[in-house]
Write a protein that binds this ligand. Structure first.
Ligand code: SAH
Ligand code: SF4
Ligand code: F3S
Length: 465
């Protein structure tokens, strides 16, 4: 459970002027949300945004270790900054996030130029940790920590869509996954704190909220309370009902869902609550029951298919996305083909694909039946082609339809266009000209007639209001 509000030490006194900062974020939405909070803390401390990574006085890498290539990328970035620091000893170098948690002190042996190594549970403590760095210490903060309720103003990238953490950590033990060891035990935020944050965001003009958790269906299992009917008092379904009426917020999404805990009550809530968007991100990881068992996922392909059927019964147009791993240790060609068959059968709108990568402190990494690199590459390529084809087929259904698009900003590749997303999360581009002598702006909800369909995006034109 999260602790109560406590004021930041810097509150009330004007922040001294400090130098410039740069944050590079790797990995998932949790890291993006953490980075936005850390940027907010740095600005409260008196840092200002730097023009580039190599001009900044403080460089923070918020890192990911989900696969080996993600981890290796961090070391190459760090190497360049370490070199820069040898010429400029005033540079402050910070490694935050999941590689920091996984490696801890040993990162200092590898890169002695580092000033601060901090795990994800310490993100909200960045100011306290930097205060110790300013006193000349080299700091490692990776101990298990109760995440304090965050009252800092995050420095958010978007003015329209915001992340709101609802549960930190993960208590699952999927045999391939490093997340539980780097993100720690589940800690749910109190529903009142989540609602308060959403009200604050609505007051700032935000229109869309994505509720975040690594296993968001676990929301509330660590909070006390049982209803008279014998249910847990706090579930994701109850949370959705509890925050749905925040005025000004037009759309609510949530991620990531776990098929083991995805309930009918939740599906009903999504269908009944108009602001909850018809898009579900429910990773299935494999289309074979034996592989799912070896992964310790706790569901069967049959259960997964029943969830999707039920979603489509209640919300026929719902978009479904997922994550999948190929070449898990021991995966036979026949088992891999069942994953392809499931993708074909479901018709996913989008699938994040990966070849299995052995991770430290995970059981599957020690199993003898690891597959050769060539098999990984071959399966991944074939899989990606299939994913693109099904996405294209799913996109085709939008042709000629009118979709509600929430404008997020200007198309970076064409200033005459704006871009946004449909409720089903398809990226959509259309002319910025609103036909009344002005331009559509971030935050506008526009009805767009779709006239171009691509695998992962759409194009169209605004219909007259
Ligand atoms: N909590 C989410 C996923 C978090 S990690 C869930 O339970 O589904 C994001 C994705 O990375 C996973 O869904 C999985 O597909 C992939 N992944 C995790 N560990 C991996 C590994 N060791 N090798 C390859 N892909 C992995
Ligand atoms: Fe990893 Fe499994 Fe937790 Fe997802 S549910 S973060 S895959 S351990
Ligand atoms: Fe990566 Fe950590 Fe997210 S390992 S995927 S940044 S939880």
């Amino acid at each position: 459970m999260t602790a109560t509000l406590s004021p930041l030490p810097t509150q009330g006194t004007p922040a001294p002027k400090r130098g410039s900062y740069w944050i590079t974020t790797f990995g998932c939405q949790m890291n993006k949300a953490d980075s936005e909070r850390m940027a907010g803390i740095l600005e409260t401390m008196g840092y200002r945004a730097a023009a580039g990574e190599f001009e900044a006085d403080l460089v923070l890498y918020n890192t990911c270790t989900i696969r080996d290539n993600a981890e290796q990328k961090v070391y190459s970035y760090l190497g360049r900054q370490a070199q820069r620091k040898r010429a400029n000893p005033h540079l402050t170098l910070v490694v935050a996030g999941c590689v920091a948690q996984q490696e801890g002190e040993s990162l200092l042996r590898r890169v002695p130029e580092l000033d601060l190594v901090m795990g994800p549970q310490h993100a909200n403590r960045l100011d306290t940790l930097l205060a110790r760095v300013e006193q000349g210490q080299q700091v490692v903060a990776t101990e298990e920590h109760h995440i304090l309720e965050d009252i800092t103003t995050a420095r958010r990238d978007s003015q329209v869509c915001a992340w709101v953490n609802v549960i930190y950590g993960c208590n699952e033990r999927c045999t391939y996954c490093v997340v539980p060891s780097v993100r720690g035990r589940e800690q749910s935020r109190l529903p009142e704190a989540i609602r308060l944050e959403m009200e604050g965001l609505a007051a700032q003009g935000y229109k869309e909220i994505t509720l975040l958790g690594q296993n968001i269906d676990a929301y509330g299992r660590d909070l006390p309370g049982i209803t008279p009917e014998g249910r847990r008092r706090h579930t994701l379904t109850d949370l959705l009902h509890g925050v749905h009426d925040v005025a000004g917020i037009e759309r609510i999404r949530f991620a990531t869902s776990h098929p083991r805990y995805f309930t009918e009550r939740l599906i009903d809530a999504c269908a009944d609550l108009p602001k909850v968007c018809e898009h579900f991100h429910i990773p299935f990881q494999s289309g074979d029951d034996e592989v799912l068992r070896a992964m310790a996922r706790g569901y069967t392909v049959e259960r997964y298919r029943r969830i999707i059927d039920r979603i489509r019964e209640r919300m026929p147009d719902a978009a479904i996305s997922a994550d999948v791993i190929v070449a898990f240790p021991g995966e036979t060609d026949a088992q891999y083909r069942r994953t392809l068959a499931l993708i074909e059968a479901i018709g996913f709108d989008q699938v994040n694909t990966a070849a299995y990568s052995p991770r430290p402190n995970t059981p599957a990494a020690d199993w003898p039946d690891q597959l050769p690199e060539a098999v990984k590459v071959e399966r991944l390529q074939e899989l990606n082609a299939l994913v693109e084809r099904t996405a294209r087929e799913r996109s085709a259904r939008y042709l000629g339809r009118v979709e509600e698009v929430l404008v997020e900003g200007v198309n970076p590749k064409d200033a005459a266009q704006v871009m946004g997303r449909t409720r089903t999360n398809r990226l959509t581009f259309f002319a910025a000209d609103d036909g009344r002598g002005g331009s559509f702006r971030a935050g506008d909800l526009v009805k767009v007639r779709i006239n171009t369909v691509r695998a992962f995006s759409l194009g169209g034109s605004a219909t007259p209001a």
